[in-house]
Design a protein around this ligand. Structure first.
Ligand code: LLP
Length: 386
């Protein structure tokens, strides 16, 4: 039996829960992005935080993407998967000396710097190695991404980047530093953004304004990195498996005024990998409560934490039943009352042992899994290796 894009028969011998990745869909997604960035002359990076699975990283590196990393280990994962150091950017508010030194040794493309003390440390550590580190300043553009409060990052009052008021002093300090050179500016306003116009147009306006401010100071940052954040359709992964990259890139093309020689960079995470991944689970028990029916899965919040942490919606399918639909509360086995995937959810009538797919789980799924309750980490399987 195959249901949707799932080779259900082949799943039967695999221990659940596991992540299943549709590598063909990933490749199609990568090609779609590449065609558009080639058209507009933009550079595309992948935000490794969304999923650092080695096989996926290899596909993304092979498609010519750069890597946006937020820890020393992400930098290592990117290098191991074949991303050239010359395409690796290293962001994050708390880079340690060890992480900075390792990145300096690799000669990565750019450090996205988030504070003055960090700038000082990079300057000092690069000096000790007789190197000049390329840096971009992360600027907090104070743009509302209209998304979940935990994943909004571009407003002034938060821990990320330089606020618009502290940027002048950062530029003054930069002039006095011998071992860092400013090559760009960096922004990121938030994640799972679906209203492209409403969120990214104000970002373009803000960047255009800042460009004038930089020009007055006689500075031209060559690289303008507008971050990631493009959302995916969690409700309809079958009809919208590839996000609306056309509208996204066209918006930048129309609204962002790049100067001669300037290069626009994007660093998308979720939009690249979310739809190619599903968490596959088995039903351990069907429990009849007083009024409700509970499906107790062998997957829980340790395997996919987004519903518990952000009340996020993931489409759920019983991929081994075609019986008429009934409503269930779909829950995990973890000893936490937040370990719930969905309530009153319509699914084909379900029995113990049925296979359940939690869709659109390729981004911030496997990578956020934990070993709470001493559980095993879910293993990955791939459409091109089954
Ligand atoms: N660049 C920077 C600086 C970021 O902080 C992020 C994500 C990205 C790029 C990639 O954003 P994306 O294209 O994936 O939206 N765990 C949360 C999402 C956290 C996003 C953090 N930053 C979730 O599961 O929804």
């Amino acid at each position: 039996m195959t249901k949707g894009n799932f080779p259900v028969d082949r799943f039967k011998g695999i221990e659940t829960p596991f992540y299943y990745y549709d590598v063909e869909l990933l490749k199609k997604t990568l090609q779609t992005v590449k065609a558009l960035t080639n058209k507009y002359g933009y550079a595309q990076h992948y935000a490794v935080k969304a999923n650092a699975n080695h096989h996926l990283l290899q596909q993304i590196a092979a498609a010519g993407f750069g890597a946006d990393c937020v820890s020393g280990n992400e930098v290592k994962a990117a290098v191991t998967a074949g991303f050239p150091a010359s395409k690796i950017v290293f962001a994050g508010v708390g880079k340690t000396d060890k992480e900075i030194n390792e990145a300096l040794d690799l000669n990565i493309f750019c450090f996205n710097v988030e504070s003055l003390p960090e700038l000082e440390v990079i300057n000092e550590l690069a000096g000790k190695k007789g190197k000049v580190a390329q840096v971009a300043l992360r600027i907090n553009p104070n743009v509302d991404a209209h998304t979940h409060e935990y994943i909004t990052t571009g407003l002034n009052e938060n821990k990320f980047g330089f606020s618009l008021t502290t940027i002048t002093s950062a530029l003054d300090v930069l002039k006095t530093m011998a071992n860092v050179t400013l090559i760009g500016i960096h922004f990121h306003i938030g994640s799972q953004i679906l209203d492209i116009e409403e969120a990214f147009k104000p970002l373009c306006d803000k960047v255009n304004e800042l460009q004038e401010f930089f020009e007055e100071k006689g500075i031209k940052p060559v690289h303008i990195n507008v971050g990631g954040g493009l959302g995916v359709d969690y409700e309809n992964p079958n009809t919208n498996p590839i996000p609306d990259f056309e509208t996204y890139f066209e918006l930048y093309h129309k609204n962002l005024k790049l100067r001669q020689g300037q290069m626009l960079h994007v660093e998308l995470g979720r939009a690249i990998v979310a739809q190619c991944g599903s968490l596959i689970s088995r039903v351990t028990y069907v429990k009849h409560g007083d009024e409700k029916k509970f499906l107790i899965l062998d997957a829980g919040m340790t395997d996919l934490i987004r519903p518990a942490l952000y009340q996020a919606y993931h489409k759920i399918e019983n991929i081994s039943s075609n019986l008429p639909e009934e409503k269930y509360d779909v829950v995990g086995p973890i000893c936490e009352s937040s370990d719930v995937f969905a309530k009153d959810y319509p699914l084909n009538e379900t029995k113990r042992g049925d296979l359940i797919a939690l869709r659109s789980a390729g981004a911030y799924g496997e990578i956020m899994a934990s070993r709470y309750n001493c559980r095993e980490l879910p293993k990955p399987y791939y459409s091109d290796k089954l």
